[in-house]
Design a protein around this ligand. Structure first.
Ligand code: PGA
Length: 261
């Protein structure tokens, strides 16, 4: 990890924790994560929409320096879109980071790179930071198409964005075969793919954007593998699913630098 890119450890709770469980989890995190940790690492939690207001209130009242995140947003500001939530609504709740194009959204809800692109633009327009997810399937990996797939997703998802906006965003590289499976890319493989992401950003948006964009690795990140993953030069953070639901486990990932050799 480069000295000028602050690491970002994000907990994607997916469709877990009601608002009462969310409050408890954040209160436990407040005990487990210490001042030294926040000095070294940015931390975000991404609860379901129904929990956001409760979590925001706890973070504010207790002055906990964890950033609030969301898992998705609709691209329109408002309108007749039953069941959807807009980026300005999230910004009003002090949401700082919004995950767009998570592989579950792409696979289960049919989101395309063009959908991810308009969502990323909406999040930026509302003053928040998108966490843009990319990742190949097992099939893509075994047939040797992983890098081409990532290139295609980056090209479509980031089309037309300004270079300085790209420099400020977060890209999560999440090999789909490693999500929720207990399988993790080896640190060497994860580094190679994150370096590929950075090289593509350089080719598309220039060296300054490539040097400052933060790239997270996601896919079965646990306290045991986080130190080695985070030691890789092109990995600037982690997008954590299952292991972020338990406050103590997530806090141990946030403290990865205490375990680095
Ligand atoms: P996982 O999920 O850590 O449970 O593999 C990661 C993600 O989907 O963001």
């Amino acid at each position: 990890m480069s000295a000028n890119r602050r690491p970002l450890i994000s907990g994607n709770w997916k469709m877990n924790h009601n608002h009462l469980e969310a409050i408890q989890t954040v209160q436990k995190l407040a005990y487990a994560i210490e001042k030294d940790d926040y000095e070294a690492v940015d931390v975000s939690v991404h609860p379901p929409f129904t929990d956001l207001r409760s979590v925001q209130t706890v973070l504010q009242a207790d002055q906990i320096p964890i950033s609030l995140g969301a898992q998705n947003a609709h691209e329109a500001e408002r309108g007749a879109f039953t069941g959807e939530v807009s980026a300005p609504m999230l910004a009003k709740l002090n949401v700082a980071y919004v995950i767009v194009g998570h592989s579950e959204r792409r696979e289960l809800f049919g989101e395309s790179d063009a959908d991810v692109n308009v969502k990323a633009r909406a999040v930026l327009a509302a003053g928040m930071t998108p966490i843009v997810c990319v990742g190949e399937t097992l099939d893509g990996r075994s047939t040797g198409h992983a890098e081409a797939r990532i290139t295609e997703q980056l090209t479509g998802s980031l089309a037309g964005l300004k270079a300085d906006a790209v420099g400020d965003l977060v890209i999560a590289y999440e090999p789909i075969w490693a999500i929720g499976t207990g399988e993790t890319a080896t640190p060497v493989d994860a580094q190679q793919m994150c370096a590929h992401v950075r090289a593509r950003i350089d080719a598309m948006f220039g060296a300054a954007a490539a040097a400052s964009v933060r790239i997270q690795y996601g896919g079965s990140v646990k306290p045991g593998n986080a130190p080695e993953l985070m030691a890789q030069p092109d990995i600037d953070g982690a997008l954590v699913g299952g292991a972020s639901l338990d406050a103590n486990e997530f806090a141990r990932i946030v403290k990865y630098r205490l375990y680095q050799v």
